[in-house]
Design a binder for this molecule. Structure first.
Ligand SMILES: Cc1cc2nc3c(=O)[nH]c(=O)nc-3n(C[C@H](O)[C@H](O)[C@H](O)COP(=O)(O)OP(=O)(O)OC[C@H]3O[C@@H](n4cnc5c(N)ncnc54)[C@H](O)[C@@H]3O)c2cc1C
Length: 457
């Protein structure tokens, strides 16, 4: 039956993952509906893109629009010591094709996400903004739709044989199913704000991301944007940032500015603009990538850490892959969880490769300089991983890094929840309490991987 509340696919959330997935499903001729809680354009953090966002942006037909946009072109990354000494900028064109991957962008997410959503609409996706998903509709262990509430309080039911959860760090399905797994080591605190008129370098260095260190493996991001804006934030352990009882975001931020001479000097030329933001406890993984009729993409599946700017790349990439999976499932009329195993394997491989490098970065005994002094050949592999080319064999690199620091084993998570082989925590989704739009609590068992259920497959 095809009435106005029946679709081929539902997509929860219109961030990069959701808009990418919806655009490609619509392009295939499917009736795809995005349910987005906010009214766009809306603010979002996550403003520095990686070179390997090129491929998903190409799939979406957005490269020309990106090139014509006001977004600042990013050719390089540089690292700055606490004393203010900057490394040579690392230029992507030393390794990648100048016409494609070697140049990426620093974006304003309000504008970038609007562009992605407009693109989905232009390709035929249907969009309901200011409509929050409040529950999933189940038939046995299978997700067959979603309940939602619009801003004026009207309740809706939407039906589709497949739902993509692209709800970002809200991780709608993972939270309600208790699939959310904390990372045993990550979970930093980030405090950030914006400056106008602060210093930026000349020419092709004007759009460089700068990573500037503060003590105890803390670091600043310094991201030049258009409209003379700089996005600048500090990330470190909460204990370090709040030492001496300092709790206010502004006080935390301004104290750290004094801990790096380059940051202090660059910001001194400008003026702070807008609020200070603080976030913590953002690292999580989903125990499952989905179940019958449900797939998770983007942050709703996993989010690591801001340090290597991998979030939007992984969101776009997983949005594209999820659309490919959903398309095949619609064509073959088979929405069983088993078929999502390869999707999960591919995403987890990318997340785990990036995760190893993030762990090394935060280990006091590790530095990229010491690694590449000892193993000059490691530069290429490090570059690939940091540029977002994450699905390849990095075993040689891991061996070389383990000469300095231990690396984590992959977390045994991500496989689809196969309904035949496991008790069904998915039933929790249809519990009436899960239908409210109440704020989502953190991992309810707080147990991280210790509390996990057996993994299917
Ligand atoms: C401090 C910090 C700095 C970062 N810096 C970078 C960076 O420089 N580069 C980078 O690539 N990444 C960065 N990231 C990560 C980046 O923000 C995310 O990885 C990225 O936004 C994920 O995209 P997404 O589409 O999965 O989710 P989102 O962009 O979060 O989109 C999810 C959407 O779902 C909607 N939604 C949520 N719940 C519901 C619901 N119940 N019903 C309907 N809609 C709903 C939300 O309103 C939102 O619009 C950073 C993250 C943090 C915390």
């Amino acid at each position: 039956m095809k009435d106005e509340n029946h679709y081929d696919a539902l997509i929860i959330g219109a961030g990069p993952a959701g808009s990418a997935a919806a655009a490609l499903l619509a392009e295939h001729g499917h009736r795809a509906l995005i349910l987005e809680r906010e009214k766009f354009p809306r603010y979002h953090i996550g403003e520095s893109l990686l070179p390997f966002t090129f491929e998903p942006l190409r799939r979406l037909g957005l490269i020309d629009r990106m090139r014509r946009s006001a977004f600042v072109k990013k050719y390089s990354v540089q690292f700055v010591s606490p004393s203010g000494r900057a490394s040579q900028p690392f230029y992507f064109f030393n390794r990648y094709d100048r016409q494609t991957v070697a140049q990426t962008w620093q974006v304003l997410r309000s504008e970038f996400d609007q562009m992605l959503l407009d693109n989905a609409r232009e390709k035929g996706a249907l969009v309901r903004e200011e409509t929050a998903v409040t529950g999933l509709i189940m038939e046995g262990p299978r997700v067959t739709g979603a309940r939602a509430r619009s801003a004026d309080g009207t309740e809706f039911e939407f039906h589709a044989p497949i739902t993509l959860d692209c709800s970002g760090r809200e991780a709608y399905c993972a939270v309600r199913n208790q699939w959310r797994v904390k990372d045993p080591f990550l979970n930093k605190v980030a405090v950030w704000t914006y400056y106008e008129g602060a210093l930026r370098d000349e020419g092709i260095d004007a759009g460089a991301t700068t990573v500037a260190y503060v003590p105890e493996k803390g670091w600043f991001w310094y991201i030049p944007q258009h409209n003379d804006r700089i996005s600048v934030g500090v990330v470190a352990d909460g204990k370090y940032l709040t030492r001496g009882g300092v709790k206010a975001s502004e006080a935390i931020f301004q104290r750290e500015v004094g801990q790096n001479e380059w940051i202090r000097r660059h910001l001194a030329a400008g003026r702070q603009a807008g609020p200070y933001y603080l976030t913590s406890e953002y690292t999580h993984h989903s125990r499952h990538c989905g179940c019958d009729g449900l797939l998770l993409a983007g942050d709703a599946f996993a989010f690591l850490d801001p340090v290597f700017s991998s979030g939007v790349m992984l969101a776009l990439k997983s949005g594209v892959l999820a659309a490919d999976e959903a398309h095949k499932a619609i064509v073959e009329r088979d929405f069983s969880a088993e078929r999502f195993a390869e999707y999960a394997r591919c995403l987890r491989e990318g997340v785990e490769n990036m995760r190893r490098l993030v762990y090394a970065f935060y280990d006091p005994k590790f530095s990229f300089r010491a690694l590449t002094d000892k193993h000059p050949g490691a530069v290429g592999a490090v570059t690939d991983c940091l540029s977002g080319d994450v699905n390849k064999d990095f075993s040689e690199l891991w061996r070389q890094i383990e000469e300095f620091v231990p690396l984590p084993s992959p977390l045994p998570v991500g496989a689809p929840l196969v309904s035949a082989s496991l008790p069904t925590p998915v039933a929790a989704i249809s519990h009436p309490a899960a239908r409210s739009a109440a704020p989502i609590a953190a991992d309810p068992d707080g147990a991280g991987i210790r509390g996990q259920s057996p993994i299917a497959g």
